[in-house]
Design a protein around this ligand. Structure first.
Ligand code: ATP
Length: 331
């Protein structure tokens, strides 16, 4: 029996996590849920952004399915998403961008696995006010942090028979921080002679991704570049509604969609639950329910191919209609 912590989040979070819970329940696995919540809704009710019960549940169950949590901009709040990644050292942010049959975009057969370093870089949030007119932000890159994410990318490539790892950097400008990340990548690549290694500057990477995304296989990069590139990759395969993600550490793993809380469509039954459903499929793989993960992916594809789509993909299905169709497709 697996117990999974479910954090509903806010914005479209409660709608898409409810969808994921229903779909996983329909798979009839030995899974129990520990439903908790954090974020703006909880803060408005209790004055606490993350109640202790959330930490206790994560530490006990170690596997989490999480809805998006809003970070109010410029009000002195730190991002809960970033805080959880840091607190539980979820250093590996895995964001696969895979073309899905049934979703029409300009591109086909995209299969890019993005590894984003998730705990350091500019996301450490160390900013200094030098004067009223000058503020500095620190970018922190460590050998340990770089080695483990780059190694994770190569290990993944080897395990899954992938051919190439592309490291993305800006070492021509950030010679020390990005320079170290790049050099570590070059060193580690020599341990994997069967996998092609290339390094590419972030600006060129953006252009290449738009011109010819099919040339990329496994991609590894630092925190902020990874965040931006994963939204770009989402755009290649149909948008934020369809790209899943996992934040993985040594002991705890948090599965969540790449998208945020999309407040403009929240509460309207319009959100596309595909991204969280695909994140849930990654969770099933993680807990050893690989066949069920595959079954879920196939069900999602067959629903999309049949033309049942939410409005972000040009359809008219509601969140609940799409969810119902996926459950039916599970058989
Ligand atoms: P954050 O800063 O929290 O990552 P963001 O600024 O990237 O958030 P999102 O909340 O991810 O913004 O959403 C951006 C837009 O993408 C939304 O306004 C919405 O139109 C669309 N979108 C995101 N997720 C979904 C979804 N699951 N279904 C439908 N549309 C979505």
């Amino acid at each position: 029996m697996h117990t999974i912590t479910l954090i509903q989040g806010d914005g479209i979070g409660p709608e898409v996590t409810a969808s994921a819970k229903q779909v996983i329940d329909a798979l009839k696995l030995d899974i129990a849920w520990d439903v908790v919540n954090a974020g703006l809704d909880v803060y408005n009710e209790t004055g606490e952004l993350v109640p202790d019960s959330v930490y206790q549940s994560i530490e006990k169950n170690k596997v989490v399915l999480k809805g998006p949590i809003t970070t109010p901009i410029g009000e002195g709040f730190r991002s809960i998403n970033v805080m959880l990644r840091k607190k539980y050292d979820l250093y590996c942010n895995l964001r696969p961008a895979l073309s899905i049959q049934g979703i029409e975009t300009r591109y086909s057969d995209i299969d890019i696995i993005l590894f984003r370093e998730n705990t350091e870089g500019l996301y450490v949030g160390v900013e200094h006010v030098i004067s009223d007119d000058e503020i500095h932000a620190e970018k922190i890159i460590t050998r340990k942090g770089s080695e483990r994410i780059i190694r994770a990318a190569f290990e993944y490539a080897e395990k899954h028979g992938r051919k190439k790892v592309t490291l993305v950097h800006k070492a021509n400008i950030l010679k020390l921080t990005d320079g170290m990340f790049l050099n570590i990548g070059k060193d580690i690549s020599t341990e994997y002679p069967n996998i092609l290694f290339e390094a590419i500057i972030i600006d060129n990477m953006c252009m290449q991704l738009v011109m010819n995304p099919n040339q990329f296989d496994v991609v590894v990069t630092m925190n902020l570049y990874g965040d931006i590139l994963s939204d770009l990759c989402a755009g290649l395969i149909g948008g934020l509604g369809v790209i899943p993600g996992a934040n993985i550490g040594e002991t705890i793993a948090v599965f969540e969609a790449v998208h945020g809380s999309a407040p403009t469509i929240a509460g309207k039954n319009l959100a596309n639950p595909t991204a969280i459903l695909l994140s849930a499929a990654m969770l099933l793989d993680h807990i050893g329910e690989v066949k069920s993960g595959e079954k879920l992916r196939n069900a999602i594809t067959s629903v999309l191919k049949s033309g049942v789509k939410t409005t972000d993909l040009g359809g008219d299905a509601t969140t609940t209609e799409f969810t119902k169709a996926v459950i039916e497709a599970l058989g």
